[in-house]
Design a protein around this ligand. Structure first.
Ligand code: 2IT
Length: 445
């Protein structure tokens, strides 16, 4: 595999897409040896074919705000690769969303979904819509306008979107409501649905729960236990909420959360009441965490900083891409961190990952650690197809098994001669093999 040539072509075809390039570079760097040792992948031009999305839709979203003014946003759906199943992946509504963002996320999703053991291809979509300061009605009208276009490209056996940053149960409800009205059908076209209308138990918790199960597996493989460990978490959304809940249940102490305004240091640790409060913060559409420190005495708000300066055993970025950089990684290493699990998609810069790996910190990439979310989305699709619901215990048992499988695959392809497990390599190689072999079997099409 000629990595230099592939990257030069990628740059030529995709100028001004640094995130997409970063995601591809991380994968190429870790699969290079494996691909070189298996010439069938080169002769079928698998890597070149895998880094080109199948198709991309961009569309105009027009809607009317509460003042009666017309607003125009841009919507996207990137259908990246459907070799192993229908396109599957979330919708992100955030002002930072560009085509670059969604291409990197769709590419990552292809590998992640392959790791889940379920038949799901990779896709991603969203919009530059900013929910900050918007009323409930404005959010509904935007979601409905977005759904008017999105419905042309998706379907339960074609492409199944879900939530991501800025898209939770509320937004999925409004999008699904409009889809159902237009098509006059109740199908599993979206996941993350409400429990009354086709959702799966544990889907809201799944990303965070799955990440903690993955951390438990990593610790066990290194003869350690989660009990009593201190954890720094970033973000305060759905992922941070689920991770904090499970961490506390397993006897660990979560001492930070964060937002765009800064971070909260809560030495006593989050408890059930505080974790519930995260939902209130999120529903306020304000995108700040400072009110937490006003509400809970003893918690400190540190303006404009990230939580990675706090001394902890485990760090879990749960907010957004590239939120943990090289300097943050060095600070964590200096403070003796044992394990870093990326729970946001591409939460760490390449330099941060290299620094952590060099220091032999146990490190998990997002596509492995956060795969529990899309896994339970896959289980939601199964339940919709069966017209049946599993109990929370049944879903949880399946989620446990999937995270264990992913962990075993990471060890299988990532364990080095010195015993250090390169989970990035393990996840990328394992994710690659299933998609690549399927593409070969399916022919050039
Ligand atoms: O990044 C992700 O895996 C998600 N946002 C969830 C995707 C899904 O289809 O549940």
């Amino acid at each position: 595999m000629d990595v230099k040539k592939i990257l030069a072509d990628l740059e030529r075809k995709n100028p001004d897409q640094p995130l997409f390039k970063q995601a591809v570079e991380e994968v190429l760097e870790s699969i290079e040896d494996y691909v070189s040792a298996h010439p069938k992948y080169d002769s079928h031009k698998i890597v070149e074919r895998m880094i080109e999305p199948d198709r991309i839709f961009t569309f105009k979203v027009e809607w009317v705000n509460d003042k009666g003014e017309i607003e125009v946003n841009r919507g996207y759906r990137v259908q990246f690769n459907n070799a192993i199943g229908p396109y599957k992946g979330g919708l992100r509504f955030h002002p930072s969303v560009t085509l670059d963002t969604l291409k990197f996320l769709g590419f990552e999703q292809t590998f992640k979904n392959s790791l889940t053991t379920l038949p799901m291809g990779g896709g991603k979509g969203g919009s530059d819509f900013n929910a900050k300061g918007r009323s409930e009605n404005e959010i509904m009208r935007f979601c409905q306008a977005f759904a008017l276009e999105l419905q042309k490209f998706v379907g339960p056996d074609t492409d199944v979107p879900a939530g991501d940053i800025g898209v939770g149960g509320r937004e999925i409800g409004y999008i699904y409501g409009m889809y159902k009205k237009l098509r006059a059908e109740n199908t599993g076209v979206l996941t993350g649905k409400g429990m009354g209308w086709g959702g799966s138990l544990l889907r809201p918790e799944a990303t965070g729960f799955g990440a903690m199960y993955f951390v438990e597996n990593m610790l066990a493989a290194h003869n350690m236990d989660i009990k009593g460990k201190t954890i720094s978490v970033s973000g305060f959304g759905n992922v941070a909420w689920g991770a904090a809940m499970k961490a506390v249940e397993l006897g660990a102490k979560v001492v930070t959360i964060s937002g765009p305004d800064g971070y909260i240091y809560d030495e006593a640790g989050l408890d059930t009441e505080k974790i519930e409060y995260l939902l209130e913060l999120r529903a306020s559409n304000n995108d700040i965490v400072k009110p937490y420190a006003d509400k809970f005495k003893g918690a400190k708000f540190i303006a404009g900083k990230k939580p990675w300066e706090v001394k902890v055993d485990i760090a879990m970025p749960c907010a957004i891409q590239n939120e943990l950089g090289e300097e943050d990684a060095k600070q964590l290493i200096a403070n003796g961190v044992t394990l870093v699990a990326e729970v946001s998609n591409m939460g760490c810069t390449a330099e941060a990952i290299h620094a952590l790996q060099k220091a032999k910190v146990i490190f998990a990439p997002g596509k492995a650690a956060n795969a529990g979310g899309v896994s339970v989305s896959g289980l939601e699709m199964s339940q919709n197809a069966m017209k049946f619901n599993w109990s929370a215990a049944e879903v949880d048992e399946k989620l446990h098994r999937i995270m264990k499988d992913i962990h075993e695959n990471c060890i299988k392809y990532g364990k080095g001669a010195d015993g250090y497990v390169n989970y990035v390599k393990g996840a990328n190689v394992a994710g690659f093999i299933k998609v690549a072999d399927s593409m070969i079997e399916l022919g050039v099409c």
